[in-house]
Write a protein that binds this ligand. Structure first.
Ligand SMILES: *[C@@H]1O[C@H](CO)[C@@H](O)[C@H](O)[C@H]1NC(C)=O
Ligand SMILES: *[C@@H]1O[C@H](CO)[C@@H](O)[C@H](O)[C@H]1NC(C)=O
Length: 510
């Protein structure tokens, strides 16, 4: 009777190979520290000063390049304006040289525009990745809208004529894709576009989900990988701040970087129809070349991580491999926020749900039924439920049981035939079925009876049941057990009638 549905332990839900690619811990040894101190009082300030000073001519070039163009002019830069861009590439190269990037090692061959109009660059680990603009000689790019307004940098960015995206506006996704499509058409006069399809910075230990933008146009793309010689450049969600990252990098005598152009990837007809498959296949190729694994994390995981932190939970709680849950469980972001709220209410054991927390949240004593249900959630048997397990559990265990039928049946069983429940009804049933004490029943009753009328109507009952879907599952398994007990009794008593009894009670479990 308690056999677990096979879907519960699907292999595809195993934990990701890299638990948290958005964190970075710096490990500095004694010699590193000495070097940092020495560089900090000598070369690093000079480097910073020179690199920053060079921003002025770069910015002037940008202003000249864009001079006299109306902001509504959405055509590619031409003629002399393109030549000024050439000068900016030179200034940019000198700036990176100043910052210790003395030599940019290039492997492979850069595709020309007729071979590939999109470069797909990964892993995205740092603001230093801007060096790609120098390597690709001021390509087009995709950038967050907010960046447009940054002083000086905004103007520098404008010269690249980026496709701006807004992360909050849903329509922007569609217009972005349309714009990338338009620019990547054969014979287009636009410069090639570089896209970091991961959409956020990681610590380079894996490749996270590629967003579809670079792949929707269905044109050949050239994968480009970036490798740094030092991990001081890593700038992700948890870890060194922007300035620390910049300063420590300036304190390296030499910053190595290798940019590798992989062979152009032309999509097959199937991949053109299925851009996400195209994205996955390009990612596999890049991951193989980089010798790193892939995970299903996305920018949304970072958002959840922040939400979790705000609720006082360990921020790792939010790392659920959002995309995978989305695809496999059909969840949306709102669902996850909702789950996170419930989870935060339950998780009192250092940010995780222990058996006791689980019981307390449901106002139930720890019984065998409850323990069984807990282990349906606790996928890896660690004795605690993390947020990921909780979400999967809710979707696969609790919600499916929590349908109108179960709720109605429960209401009836509790004694709701007369149209409402009073406290005695609840106590009688719960004492008998789950050993709940009268005091506990009272607490529960008061929670459901939010108007303090002394009666629970079906609607109140339903609202509460929807809010805590775990009850439905418990109730369902109680009913299953009751059923099976009943069946045994029937079998014992009426040997002959057995075959007629079977089908009706057997069907319910399908
Ligand atoms: C990146 O994060 C993973 C998992 O947290 C960790 O194992 C790895 O060492 C990190 N890499 C770097 C370069 O910090
Ligand atoms: C189970 O998962 C938790 C994280 O939720 C982890 O800390 C623990 O080590 C895992 N236990 C086993 C036995 O894999």
């Amino acid at each position: 009777m308690t056999s677990k549905p096979p879907i519960l332990r699907q292999k595809s839900f195993v934990n990701p190979v890299v638990r948290n690619p958005f964190s970075h811990r710096l490990h500095l040894n004694f010699f590193d520290k000495i070097r940092i101190v020495l560089m900090s009082v000598t070369i690093a300030p000079l480097r910073l000063l020179l690199a920053f000073t060079l921003l002025i001519p770069a910015w002037l070039c940008a202003v000249i390049t864009l001079a006299g163009r109306s902001s509504s002019d959405h055509s590619p830069l031409k003629g002399w304006r393109r030549s000024v861009k050439g000068l900016m590439v030179l200034i940019g190269r000198v700036q990176f040289f100043m910052m210790g990037f003395h030599h940019i090692k290039i492997k492979g061959k850069k595709a020309n525009p007729s071979e590939a109009s999109i470069f797909c660059a990964a892993p995205h680990t740092s603001f230093f990745d801007a060096i790609i603009a120098v390597v690709l000689e001021m390509p087009g790019c995709v950038s967050r809208e907010e960046n447009k307004h940054a002083p000086m940098f905004g103007t520098l960015l404008d010269v690249l004529q980026p496709v701006y995206v807004s992360r909050t506006d849903q329509n922007s996704r569609v217009t972005t894709i349309e714009e990338i499509k338009r620019r990547s058409q054969k014979g287009s006069e636009w410069p090639q576009i570089v896209i970091f399809p991961e959409g956020t910075c990681t610590n380079a230990s894996c490749l996270i989900t590629f967003k579809g933008g670079a792949f929707y146009p269905g044109v050949p793309v050239q994968p480009v990988t970036l490798k740094y010689g030092s991990d001081t450049v890593i700038w992700t969600w948890e870890g060194p701040s922007t300035f620390t990252c910049l300063w420590l990098t300036l304190c390296n005598f030499h910053n190595g970087i290798e940019v590798e152009f992989l062979p152009v990837y032309s999509p097959t007809p199937d991949e053109i129809k299925d851009p996400m498959a195209f994205a996955r296949n390009v990612r596999s190729q890049m991951a193989a070349s980089l010798k790193v694994p892939v995970t299903d994390h996305t920018y949304e995981d970072c958002k959840l991580m922040q939400d979790a932190e705000e609720k006082g939970l360990p921020n790792e709680v939010g790392l659920v491999e959002f995309q995978k849950l989305l695809n496999k469980l059909g969840l949306r972001r709102e669902h996850l926020s909702h789950h996170l709220n419930n989870y935060a209410e339950m998780a009192k054991s250092g940010g995780y749900i222990g058996l006791e927390d689980f019981a307390k949240y449901l106002n139930l004593p720890v019984t065998e039924n409850l323990r069984e249900m807990f282990y349906l959630y606790d996928r890896n048997g660690s004795g605690k439920i993390d947020f990921r397990e909780y979400v999967i559990g809710c979707s696969l265990v609790a919600q499916p049981a929590n349908n109108e039928e179960t709720i109605q049946l429960a209401f009836k069983m509790f004694g709701g035939d007369k149209g409402y429940l009073v406290q005695e009804d609840l106590t009688k049933f719960l004492q008998g079925s789950v050993n709940m004490s009268p005091e506990e029943c009272e607490v529960l009753f008061q929670q459901v009876d939010d108007q303090n009328t002394g009666k629970i109507t079906y609607d109140q009952f339903k609202v509460y049941a929807k809010k805590k879907p775990e009850y439905a599952r418990l109730f369902a398994s109680y009913m299953e057990k009751a059923d099976s007990k009943m069946e045994t009794v029937i079998e014992e008593e009426t040997e002959g009638d057995r075959r007629q009894e079977r089908p009706s009670s057997g069907k319910k479990e399908d």
